[in-house]
Write a protein that binds this ligand. Structure first.
Ligand code: C5P
Length: 399
């Protein structure tokens, strides 16, 4: 994304009381130099009149897919092509669900599918609705597809509740869209991230591997990309889509991951070792499927290279962030690993409970030589963004 000045911004407004704030959002986007067109859902028009947005933007507002007059002027596909960015504010629970499913049952949802532009959403809903697992699942799906989620903020709500679900203030939305420009936290920095497990072949159909979904590494790739970094992901076998704008080298084994990392390490400023690399691999992988002929089977294993430790001890190497998944004594083990691997920063998490591997949520204890910070249980994308802010602070200092 490239800020908002001189950008064609399609502002999508969905049905929620926060829709009235989007009038101010349209005004601020125009003031920041954007060209703004507004598309409203049917429900949004119950909260704010399209005429209000028309008066602010100087352009008619569209809300129907079957509007002959508007389709003759700028058809919906043309409108989808016109947009450099789409911002949906407020994004209701219903609209997020429709987006997550890929429905195209009104103009705005159709544009979300038809446009190649980046999409940001500013969710707004009652705090219970926001915390409902169905909404959180839709949120994760959207984030996995590269949708940028702005907010929501926490506080007093129009319905009288207090909690997360308030739409971010229009000034904060514009500021967030501006940050994704050349002024992002890691603008122009090259970052290499390892993610996912590695699979070490025993024979052509069996392997030794780790229980890693790759979600944290992919969330970090997305977060770095949003902050303007040039991201290279070296990924083990996972079933996640590569975030838009991120380059990816797919590997299966630790040796392949090692090779892909060291082919590129000279060019990067930051290395993030998020992969759950298998520490050992079978010494003699069989070329044919092993038959179960005896009651016992011994597999001889040999050590894999420690990619992170090797990168961290390079003489002119990049800034290094490592991860540690621990089942006990989190703080002590993490501190020991920070020193043993000589990494600049270590993010440790407990595994074995409800969070961690394969979960959408996690908590992290982040350590560096002069400090530490605890990031409480949250969605992995939000966690990645919080971690990046700590990293940006420390990386800036160490430069
Ligand atoms: O030693 P341990 O496996 O707990 O360390 C975890 C950290 O080291 C993670 O950042 C992981 O990506 C990295 N690692 C690595 N190569 C290995 C083993 C772990 O890069 N062979």
């Amino acid at each position: 994304m490239a800020g908002v000045a001189n950008q064609n911004i399609l502002l999508g407004v969905t049905g929620g009381i926060a829709a009235y704030k989007s009038v101010e959002l349209a005004r601020l986007l125009l003031k920041a130099g954007a060209r703004v067109r507004v598309v409203m859902t049917e429900a949004a028009t119950r909260f704010v009149s399209p005429l209000t947005f028309q008066a602010v933007t100087g352009h008619p507002v569209r809300s129907s897919l079957f509007d002959e007059e508007h389709e003759a002027a700028m058809g919906h596909i043309e409108l989808a092509r016109w947009a450099d960015q789409m911002v949906i504010a407020p994004a209701s629970a219903d609209f997020m669900a429709r987006m997550a499913l890929g429905l195209a049952n009104d103009l705005l949802s159709t544009l979300c599918l038809a446009s190649a532009s980046s999409i940001a959403i500013a969710p707004a809903m009652n705090q219970r609705m926001w915390q409902h697992p169905a909404v959180q699942r839709n949120l994760s799906r959207l984030e996995e597809r590269g949708v940028r989620v702005l907010g929501p903020a926490s506080g007093e709500q129009a319905c009288g509740d207090t909690g997360p679900g308030r739409m971010l203030e229009p000034t904060a939305i514009v500021a967030a869209l501006e940050t994704a420009s050349s002024e992002g936290l890691f603008a122009g920095e090259k970052v290499l991230i390892t993610a996912g497990p590695t699979h070490e072949a025993i024979d052509p159909v069996r392997f030794i591997g780790n229980r890693s979904s790759g979600k944290m590494g992919y969330a970090l790739a997305r977060a770095f990309q949003h902050e303007g970094a040039d991201v290279l992901l070296v990924s083990g076998p996972v079933s996640l889509p590569v975030p838009p704008g991120v380059n990816c080298i797919n590997v299966q084994t630790a040796l392949q991951m090692h090779e892909a990392v060291f082919e590129n390490i000279d060019t990067v400023a930051i290395f993030v070792g998020c992969a759950a690399v298998a520490d050992y691999r079978p010494e003699n992988p069989q070329h044919q499927k092993i038959k179960k002929l005896s009651d016992r089977m011994d597999i001889s294993l040999v050590r894999n290279p420690d990619i992170l430790a090797e990168v961290a001890t390079l003489e002119e190497g990049p800034y290094t962030l490592g991860f540690a998944a621990e089942t006990q004594n989190l703080a002590e083990n993490a501190q020991a690993k920070l020193l043993a691997k000589q990494v600049d920063m270590l993010a440790a998490n407990s595994v074995g409970g409800d969070v961690g591997f394969d979960s959408d949520e996690n908590a992290l204890l982040v350590l560096w030589s002069e400090g530490e910070k605890h990031l409480p249980v949250q969605n992995k994308q939000q966690l990645a963004e919080s971690l990046l802010r700590i990293l940006a602070d420390q990386y800036g200092r160490d430069e």
